[in-house]
Ligand binder design. Sequence first.
Ligand SMILES: *Cc1c(COP(=O)(O)O)cnc(C)c1O
Length: 222
Amino acid sequence: MENPVAIRLQTVHETIAHACKSARRSVDDVTLIAVSKTHPTDLITPLIDAGQRVFGENRVQEAQEKWPELIEQYGNIELHAIGQLQSNKAEDAVALFDCIHALDRPSLAKALGKAMDKLDKRVPCFLQVNIGAEDQKGGCMPADLADLIAITRVSNIPIAGLMCLPPVGIEPAPFFAHLAKLLDDNGLGPDGLSMGMSADYPIAVQLGASHIRVGTALFGER
Ligand SMILES: *Cc1c(COP(=O)(O)O)cnc(C)c1O
């Protein structure tokens, strides 16, 4: 019998295809990041066996414990850091990850730039925007984005695009649309929007997401 995780992967692919079709987009322009945070490797390997190669983790330490062995075993894995990052973890993050989604402040840009210089490895970063201007959330305020872009460029960090986590419990579409507009306004487009999670990735794809970060819909509840 097929593994439940593999069956869920197929369902997510079908949902992405449907959303792409209605938005007249190509499925090739949407990268599915399987968010494996908190899940043990024996839940992750069936997904790799089913063909998934792009994964996301929140915590540097957890990723260090889980992924080097899997990468050695399977090769050809793309690992994304999607969670809040402390500056003192910048070097570890640059060493392990292929892409970072939560560059949200000048001090972190400087730390990441330094780490990339030291390791001679340039890791593309999404700039996280606090799109709902919520007190508790990470991300730079939309008004501060231009400054963060400038400092990221000075630090010689490749900008992958913009990332957001919209406020919980309200319609996300206006926030996704706002992020897409900020990408365009700042001349970062047309691709490079990390937005959409299990609850809202179809709408994010319709509004231009290039990277969706999906955990629960693949692995079940954490
Ligand atoms: C956990 C997490 C996700 C995945 O959330 P699900 O609702 O499980 O799909 C996506 N993005 C970030 C930043 C996360 O922390």
